[in-house]
Design a protein around this ligand. Sequence first.
Ligand code: R5P
Length: 292
Amino acid sequence: MRIIFSLPGSERLGGDLAARLGAEQGVLETRRFPDGESYVRIVSEVGGKAAVLVCTLAQPDEQFLRLVFTARTLRELGASSITLVAPYLGYMRQDTRFRPGEAVTSASFADLLSREVDRLITVDPHLHRHAALSEIYAIPALALHAAPLLAAWITGHVAQPLIIGPDIESEQWVAEVAGRAGAPHLVLRKQRHGDRSVTVEMPDVTGWRDLQPVLIDDIVSSGRTMIEAAKGLVGQGLPPPVCLAVHALFAEAAFAQLAETAKVVISTDTVAHPSNAISVAGLLAQALQATA
Ligand code: R5P
């Protein structure tokens, strides 16, 4: 028997998954003590049940300890297994020591999570220098792909699309989405100078002015990558792009700033955000069903 618990920020997706799977929705009480420490209480009976924790990890520093306390309590109370559904998996981008002395947090975070849960299901983790999650996760870790959902959205909403990736890392998503949507694609070249400083090298795209540009990236965080790419396209006379992200982190004023140049900004619901228009709930439910 399966019981699904939603951690704060993932309630809507957790509820959706429970409904789709006909699973019990677990009751979890959690709050912060006045000093900021986490309080966790599992109210539901979990003995012998397969527990699913739904916790998107868009603010991993804030979420991690609460997640660990919940997982450990579930085990103490007799849950037969613990599956973590983290639609967005944080700490995947610091995947090497770019400068001497830096922490390779992708590997450390994977090690920490692998000690707490039995299985991980996520959507489009940022795999760049790590070829697969199994390189850093010691537990079965399933990476689902939103490309078919993005392609279906484009097919239903955009006439004559031109799919564009802002950097080489986005090529994996862009090529697949373009193939599925039957659209041409191109990939720009990005240089990152700092957390909020990016330049995007633009080839001559004036030959594509008759098509509707659709910019696709896995993550929008500071927004600088998408914003610089969008400005470059418009600067060459292309229409304002449709901007599509898998993971809508949108730090600080990124969403408002991108909206100034974009025709529309759309994301999947791996991270709850006003731009969410594509749901990954069906994808996750299918994966959970298969791991029963
Ligand atoms: C990194 O390579 C990713 O694919 C994204 O392009 C990046 O995380 C976007 O970050 P930002 O929105 O801060 O430019």
